[in-house]
Design a protein around this ligand. Structure first.
Ligand code: AMP
Ligand code: MG
Length: 213
C-alpha cells in the first residue's frame, strides 16, 4: 500500500480526502493535542482491525474512541455516568480519556470484548469532517515511542496505512490521562496531561489504580 502524505498548507482538500478515506474504512494518521494518532471509523470493526495490524498492537489492548461534540457520547454510550459531563466541562477538549459502559454500536474490535470503552473529545477538523467517531491509538509501532510529527508517523507507518494528515508538530508529547467512571467510584488508571489533583478538584474523591502504586 502506498501511504499518501496529505498537507493542508498545499492541498486545500487534505482534510476532506482524509475524511473520505476514513469513511471508506481506511486508516489515517492524524495530529491530536498530544501525539499523532492512527484513526479509523470506530463503528466499523473491519476498519479498526487494520489499526491493530499496522501497529502490531496486542489484540487485548482496547482502543480509545474520539468524538468532536460531547453529545455524541450519549449515542455511543447510553449509560454514561453523570460525572462524565462534569469532567467534560472542565477538561475537554484536552488530554483526558474517560472509560464508560459501552453501547451496543461499539464493535468488539474497539473494546477487545470489554463491556466498557474509552472516550475522548478533541477539537479536530478530521473528526468533524469524517462524521463518525474515530478509534485512534498513538501512531507508532507497538513498543516504540509515540510520534509527534507527520515525518515520524511516515517513518513508522509507511506502506501500512492509507495516508497521514500533516498537522505540524503536536503540542504536548504526553498521553491522555485515563480515568474510569465504570466502577463504583472514579479511578485513575493512567497518569497523563490532566493531573490527579485536577480530577479531584472536579469529582471530589478519585481512587488511584493499584497498578500505579
Ligand atoms: P493508547 O494506546 O495510548 O491510545 O492508550 C489507550 C489506553 O487506554 C491504554 O492504556 C488502554 O489500556 C486504556 N483503555 C482503553 N480502553 C479501556 C477500557 N475499556 N478499560 C480500561 N482501559 C482502557
Ligand atoms: Mg501508545
Amino acid at each position: 500500500m502506498k501511504t499518501t502524505l496529505l498537507t493542508p498548507e498545499t492541498d486545500e482538500n487534505a482534510v476532506k480526502t482524509a475524511a473520505e478515506l476514513i469513511r471508506a474504512g481506511e486508516v489515517v494518521g492524524m495530529p491530536t493535542e498530544t501525539v499523532y494518532g492512527l484513526a479509523a471509523n470506530a463503528l466499523n470493526g473491519e476498519a479498526v482491525k487494520k489499526i491493530f495490524l499496522a501497529k502490531g498492537r496486542p489484540q487485548d489492548n482496547p482502543l480509545i474512541v474520539h468524538i468532536a461534540d460531547f453529545d455524541q457520547i450519549y449515542d455511543l454510550c447510553p449509560a454514561v455516568p453523570s460525572q462524565a459531563k462534569l469532567l467534560a466541562d472542565a477538561f475537554w477538549p484536552g488530554p483526558l480519556t474517560m472509560i464508560v459502559p459501552k453501547g451496543e454500536c461499539i464493535p468488539d474490535e474497539v473494546s477487545c470484548g470489554l463491556d466498557t470503552v474509552g472516550i475522548r473529545l478533541m477539537a479536530r477538523a478530521l473528526i468533524r469532517e469524517s462524521g463518525v467517531p474515530l478509534a485512534a491509538p498513538s501512531a507508532n509501532t507497538s513498543g516504540r515511542p509515540s510520534t509527534t510529527t507527520a515525518a515520524h508517523v511516515m517513518h513508522d507507518m509507511d506502506g501500512k496505512i492509507a495516508a497521514v494528515l500533516d498537522g505540524g508538530a503536536c503540542g504536548v508529547g504526553v498521553e491522555s490521562t485515563v480515568i474510569t467512571l465504570a466502577l463504583e467510584r472514579p479511578r485513575l488508571l493512567r497518569p497523563g496531561g490532566i493531573t490527579l489533583e485536577q480530577l479531584r478538584s472536579v469529582l471530589g474523591e478519585v481512587d488511584v489504580d493499584r497498578a500505579l502504586y
